[in-house]
Write a protein that binds this ligand. Structure first.
Ligand code: NAD
Length: 343
């Protein structure tokens, strides 16, 4: 049988980079496309093209000769970035999503997986810290908090209609806070696990004892380790399920608890200084009932294990930036993936 040729868009980003490595190990031929090369490790893609996918001609080029697309490219970041760049995000992501999907159709792509987000869920269901976990059907009546979430919701609809009208095999996954090594950890686009790991590592290496936390730190979230995300994405594209599906952990923790777990991993005590800052919704969790039914699987890596691998990598990054030697010779992610592939 001929090797399946897949395209990963956003292959220079956090999840896309890991996904390329994972798909290569599973035996696929992989083309990666992004505005940039991966920042922290070389790509394993067979081909990597620097293309701006807001442009139609680039989307046609990216999808040529491809059997399956994993559409991950998006202008995105943590709460700080998402809540301050509505117009840019909506404009860019609408163009990327619309052009990539239509170009894939014209180029005869058979399967198309779109990466949506828990940000599609309405703000009115996430006003308390101790909220009910979000089921897929809770997305309607729609009222996402940010423009980022509105675009995800519209593109979900577009994928559904491409299946209904054109018979294209589309898949839609809603990620809930994916984290792990080789993700953005500084610069303004980083998300909570990476930002807190960086602050804790800085405190540890400089003898500090206090870190800043946005808001009162009582906002709740669930966090899913990258290896589980990769397994879930692959299971979903191989399934015959066309509706949106949550992919996340269903253990909810407060941001204050997240800080305590990371400080514990670092082996230091920190006090938290609560400062004003964007917090996003008050509480959010993933209901994994449908995930379990459809894929016969749910994420397996514990929050503590995932954070340990992530923290160790970020501490090494901070050490390097401060001119100190790294602690580990090999990347935490290599260890993580070899464990995953051994299963
Ligand atoms: P990321 O920012 O690390 O990766 C996205 C990549 O898309 C970046 O490398 C960026 O350069 C690229 N990109 C942006 N604009 C582009 C353009 N015009 N042309 C080509 N490439 C472009 O983010 P990630 O965490 O790896 O997320 C991957 C996907 O998963 C995104 O669609 C994101 O919205 C979605 N998602 C992620 C999470 C999460 O927790 N990480 C949660 C929900 C949804």
């Amino acid at each position: 049988m001929a090797q399946t040729r897949v395209l990963v868009t956003g292959a220079g980003g956090f999840i896309g980079h890991h996904l390329v490595t994972y798909l290569k190990r599973l035996g696929y031929w992989v083309r990666g496309v992004d505005l940039k090369y991966p920042e922290y490790a070389p790509t394993d893609a067979d081909e990597f093209e620097i293309l701006d996918l807001r442009r139609w001609d680039n989307c046609l080029q990216a999808t040529r000769g491809i059997d399956e697309v994993f559409a991950l490219a998006a202008d995105m970041g943590g709460m700080g970035y998402i809540s301050a760049n509505h117009a840019t995000i909506l404009h860019s992501n609408i163009l990327i999503s619309t052009h990539t999907l239509e170009a894939a159709r014209l180029n005869g792509v058979q399967r198309y997986l779109y990466t949506s987000s828990a940000c599609v869920y309405p703000e009115y269901r996430q006003t308390e810290t101790d909220i009910a976990a979000l089921k897929e059907d809770d997305a309607y009546p729609a009222q996402p908090q940010d423009a980022y979430g509105w675009e995800k919701l519209v593109t979900e609809r577009m994928c559904t209609h491409y299946y209904e009208d054109y018979g294209m095999e589309t898949r839609i996954v809603r990620f809930h806070n994916i984290f792990g090594p080789l993700g953005t950890w500084t610069g303004g686009r980083e998300k909570a696990p990476a930002a807190i790991s960086r602050k804790v590592a800085m405190a540890k290496l400089t003898g500090g004892s206090e870190i800043e936390v946005w808001g009162d730190g009582e906002q709740t979230r669930s966090f899913c380790y990258i290896d589980d995300c990769l397994v879930g994405i692959h299971k979903l594209i191989r399934s015959d399920y066309h509706e949106p599906l949550n992919l996340g952990q269903d253990r909810m923790v407060t941001i204050n608890e997240l800080v305590d777990i990371i400080a514990d991993i670092a082996g230091i005590e920190v006090s938290k200084r609560h400062i004003p800052g964007p917090q996003g919704v008050r509480g959010r969790n993933s209901d994994n009932t449908r995930l379990r039914e459809v894929l016969g699987w749910v994420p397996e890596v514990s929050l503590e294990d995932g954070l340990r691998r992530t923290y160790n990598w970020i501490e090494d990054e901070v050490r390097e930036k401060m001119g100190m030697p790294r602690k580990s010779a090999s990347l935490a992610t290599e260890v993580a993936h070899s464990e995953l592939m051994a299963k």
